[in-house]
Design a binder for this molecule. Sequence first.
Ligand code: GLY
Ligand code: MN
Ligand code: MN
Length: 425
Amino acid sequence: MNFDFPARRARIARALALTDEVLLIGSGHPLPKPEISDALLPYIAHQEYYFLTGHLDAIGGILAFDPRDGAWTSFVPEVTEMDRVWEGREQLPGEPLTSFPAWFSARRGRPVVLLGAPVSGISADETRTAAVRERYKHARRPKEAAEIAVLQRGAAATAAGYAAIQPLLRPGVSERTLQIELEAEYFRHGAQTTGYDSIVGVGPQSAVFHGSPSPDRVARNGDFILIDSGAQVDRYVTDVTRTYVAGRASPFQRDLYQVVLGAQERTCALCRPGAEWKDLHYATATDLMTGLAAMGVVRGNPSSLVEQEVHTLFYPHGLGHMVGLGVRDASGLEPGRTRDPRPSLRSLRMDLILREGYVVTVEPGLYFIPALLRDAGRRSRYAQAVDWDLVDRHLHLGGVRIEDNLLVTAGAPLNLTAAIPKDLK
Ligand code: GLY
Ligand code: MN
Ligand code: MN
């Protein structure tokens, strides 16, 4: 890890533009497992704390800032003998947490902004906290060169995982086997964990967005295999999806795949400074509708199909999100905006103007999801716009998603996950 924390803190202090507030950023505490034992769920410090301290697993840490003197103070837990014996912890640099109450009392009566995780006994000014959090998030959006270097290490580990499973992508392989081999290879290439729970779905399960891999679901000849998984390195996440076919793909599957691939690649190329993310989302939806119309699944002018929200039957999620320090990182709203109420944007995780240094996922997909496509209301509303007989013939086909991580630059975007081939097989 090669981050310049003093420079980072100075930059963030300028961006937050505090005057009299006391700023506290809590690291958080691990949660016990929901059972009667002393075991804990996996823990990492809150991203807002980690970004300014580099302490990945500090428990109960508080980073404090006083804009009156411009000084940051890091209060860290005192490591105990038990911590050393059971967890192998070492003392983090900083002031002991026991000196925090005196520091805070000396600033009594001033408004408190509390970022990161809650700090016991502290109540914050909610309105100011929300405004400062937005400013902090916005200042974190463009990635520093050192962050991009970590993301590249994560992308390389992820690419190694996807390369390792290529020979296994055959009929007879289980979702669990693919998960095991993929994740093992991430670890062999420097990952500390996965970026999120790996999603591996075969056949109809490929259309379950956040499904868990099962040892019992096994690919049959002609099944889609969708894998959405990435490595995590130094708390930075890679978020990649590839879709394959076990054995022989049908012409319909190949066409569907090419529609998604074409839309994904055209949208990747549009990830340039100044682009409106929701415009890219709608452009992708129109591209997907053009492809589905050519396949005969939908009927009509692609733009008008998007206006009628026909695309949400087959593409019911957003184009993507920021990725980095967490799988959604600093997604959200452009400063000064409120949430766009259009129903077709409900699942869009950000409403931002792209800028140099942003890292975003581009992840369009097309799916046959029985829970949506069997719905009588949708069938009646879109009776003319959809060839429902064709849909019924493919209701259990699953779906296709392709996801890369793009760095927005002054010129053409850099695809950080380009080393993972996009062949259907
Ligand atoms: N990995 C979940 C997502 O792509 O949003
Ligand atoms: Mn993903
Ligand atoms: Mn994603």
